[in-house]
Write a protein that binds this ligand. Structure first.
Ligand SMILES: CC(C)(COP(=O)(O)OP(=O)(O)OC[C@H]1O[C@@H](n2cnc3c(N)ncnc32)[C@H](O)[C@@H]1OP(=O)(O)O)[C@@H](O)C(=O)NCCC(=O)NCCS
Length: 158
C-alpha cells in the first residue's frame, strides 16, 4: 500500500544555536561550515519527519551566504519540505542571525537540499506524497518541481 500523504506543516523544523568563539575565525566571523552543518541538520530532521524513515543527503545546491554571522549571534534555521518525488524530496532552509543584544534579525543564508529515503541497506524507498495547503507552500512546490526537472537533466557530479 502506498504511504499516506502528509502536509508540509507536520514536518516543518526549526533549530537555533548561539555561535561561540570555537565556531569562528580569530576576528569573530563564523565559519560558513558551521552554518552549513546547521542547515544539513535542520533539513535532515524535516526530511526524516516527513519520511519517518532513514534519509541521506543526496545533494546540496543553491546555498547562498547573504550576510556575515558573528560570535554571540543566535542563529536560527527553518526547514520545510518543498517537494516530494518518488523516493527523494527537496527541503528548503532559511537561516537568520539575531544580535541578541539589539534584537536585530538578518537573513544570512538560504539553501535547497535533496534527501533520499532509504531502507537499512541504503536502498531508496517510496515516500509519502506531500500536500501543500497554503499559497506559499503551493508556490514553493511549483518552484521546486522546476528545480527537480533541471537537476534530472544535469549530470549528478555537476
Ligand atoms: C542518494 C542515494 C541513496 C541514491 O541512490 P541511487 O541508487 O542513485 O538511487 P536512484 O538512482 O534510484 O535515485 C533515487 C532518487 O534519488 C534522486 N537522486 C539520486 N541522486 C541524486 C542527486 N545527486 N541529486 C538529486 N537527486 C538525486 C533520484 O532522482 C531519485 O529520485 P525519485 O525517486 O524521487 O525520482 C545514493 O547515491 C547514496 O547513498 N549516496 C550517498 C549519500 C550520503 O551518504 N550522504 C551523506 C554524505 S556525507
Amino acid at each position: 500500500m502506498p504511504p499516506e500523504a502528509k502536509t508540509v506543516a507536520v514536518s516543518k523544523t526549526v533549530m537555533s544555536r548561539t555561535m561561540l568563539p570555537s565556531d569562528a575565525n580569530p576576528y569573530g566571523n563564523v565559519h560558513g561550515g558551521e552554518v552549513m552543518k546547521l542547515i544539513d541538520a535542520v533539513a535532515g530532521a524535516a526530511a526524516t519527519r516527513h519520511a519517518r524513515a532513514r534519509v541521506v543527503t543526496a545533494r546540496i545546491d543553491e546555498l547562498s551566504f547573504l550576510a556575515p554571522v558573528y560570535v554571540g549571534h543566535l542563529v536560527t534555521a527553518k526547514a520545510s519540505v518543498n517537494h516530494v518525488g518518488r523516493t527523494s524530496m527537496e527541503v528548503g532552509v532559511r537561516v537568520e542571525a539575531e544580535d541578541m543584544l539589539t534584537g536585530t534579525v538578518v537573513h544570512v543564508a538560504s539553501a535547497y537540499l535533496v534527501f533520499v529515503a532509504t531502507d537499512e541497506g541504503g536502498r531508496p524507498v517510496p515516500l509519502p506524497p506531500l500536500v501543500a495547503e497554503t499559497d506559499d507552500e503551493r508556490r514553493r512546490m511549483k518552484a521546486a518541481e522546476k528545480r527537480r526537472s533541471l537537476r534530472l537533466h544535469r549530470p549528478r557530479t555537476s
